[in-house]
Design a protein around this ligand. Structure first.
Ligand code: MG
Length: 390
């Protein structure tokens, strides 16, 4: 088995929204296609992935460094011991051999995206959905898998003409689409407006629905505490990223208000999660939100799970970031708590495949081999065009 070529394409994300700090209007994504010489149903088996969203594309390090290294690997670094499939963990280790320690964000997205595309290859060669492959290798086995996965709707961005009815309508749409729990942006500057947005979202939720607030790193310790105390009467499910992810004292201060804290979409390696938990001192209720594509892929996620467990947390504390098929497979395969979803947002990169049903706040699992981007027609049109250009 051989990798014939790897193609990267930097694509603009169709998004006009903003969170508390960032306008997403110029956001880009790197899409990757790993073309093998293994013959499958539709020609050469090709693995696809993209680097989630919320961070810009990573075509530079992919094209300049990691794709050439991958194409130069010897079979011993490329394949599993039987020589019949690629070995993403082994490949990741080989691609890291010329890299210094730390500075993860500079490469973790490029490598995470590549690693996930390689997992798409692995599962397609095995002709199984990726989550089943992951469950067999790293979880409790395919027989122990649940039939569906807890999934909450996320979004509720700023950037509308009339923010309060807009967020209410958004959350009502999620409720009608089968979601129960929700997460909206908050911390954008006007506390009174945020309170009215929270009330509108709450009023649109089904009974029992929890509402989380994504603060997008808007605050320092003092203003974060102030905000947390102001919204605590609304009983938020959790406050996501109140402060800069490296402001451990800020996180600790906000956690002392008694609000549950979430974070991790802007941490990129297990060591960073170790520091976050060790110095943030966030209590047993903390929610961790690593993004597989941004943090060294499945391999990186497994290391992060191990760090969380070393800090006394269970897999039930981990809700990966990235409302996409990659995160869905990893949550199911590794037995994590659940994940977010971005229905109707981020253009072709948002949402799940057409195989997925949402009911009572849970997402069904797919049957297509691999990650199953083939069942996401608008996105697959891009991947297919990339593969054909090889
Ligand atoms: Mg967030």
């Amino acid at each position: 088995m051989r990798i014939k070529t790897v193609i990267e394409r930097t694509v603009k994300v169709d998004s006009k929204v903003r969170n508390a700090r960032v306008d997403l209007g110029q956001m880009t994504v790197s899409a990757v296609a790993v073309v093998t010489d293994v013959h499958g149903d539709g020609g050469s088996i090709t693995g696809f992935a993209f680097n989630s969203f919320g961070r810009y594309g990573c075509g530079g390090p992919l094209r300049d460094r990691f794709i050439p290294r991958l194409l130069a690997l010897e079979p011993a670094d490329l394949l599993d011991p039987a020589g019949t499939n690629v070995d993403p963990g082994r490949i990741l280790a080989a691609l890291l051999t010329r890299e210094k320690a730390a500075g993860h964000a500079e490469r973790s997205m490029a490598l995470g995206t590549l690693e996930l595309a390689l997992w798409d290859v692995v599962a397609k060669v095995e002709r199984r959905p990726l989550y089943q492959v992951l469950a067999d290798r790293f979880g409790g086995g395919a027989a122990t898998l649940p039939g569906d996965i807890p999934t909450y709707a996320a979004g509720g961005f700023y950037g509308n003409a009339d923010e309060v009815p807009a967020v209410g309508a958004t959350v009502a749409g999620w409720r009608d689409a089968g979601f129960v729990d929700a997460k909206i942006k908050a911390g954008g500057g006007d506390l009174g407006l945020d309170c009215r947005r929270i009330e509108a979202a709450r009023a649109a939720q089904p009974p029992g629905g929890r509402l989380a607030l994504d603060l997008s790193c808007a605050f320092d310790a003092a203003s974060g505490v102030q905000f947390a105390q102001a919204v605590k009467p609304y009983d938020p499910w959790f406050l996501e990223e109140p402060c800069d992810p490296l402001d451990f004292e800020g996180y600790h201060a906000v956690a002392q208000t008694g609000c549950r804290i979430a974070g991790g979409e802007n941490l990129f390696a297990a060591r960073e999660f170790d520091n976050f938990l060790r110095y943030g001192r966030l209590g047993p209720g903390v929610v961790l939100e690593p993004d597989p594509a941004l943090a060294y892929g499945v391999t990186g996620l497994r290391e992060i799970v191990a760090v969380a467990q070393a800090h006394g947390l269970s897999k039930a504390a981990i809700y990966p970031h990235g409302g996409n098929m990659m995160s869905l497979h990893i949550v199911a395969g590794l037995g994590l708590a659940g994940l977010e979803a971005y229905p109707g947002q981020f253009g072709i990169f948002g949402g799940f495949s057409r195989e997925i049903d949402i009911r009572d706040g849970r997402a069904s699992l797919p049957s297509a081999p691999g990650i199953g981007f083939e069942e996401q027609p608008a996105l697959f049109a891009l991947f297919d065009e990339m593969a054909r250009s090889a």
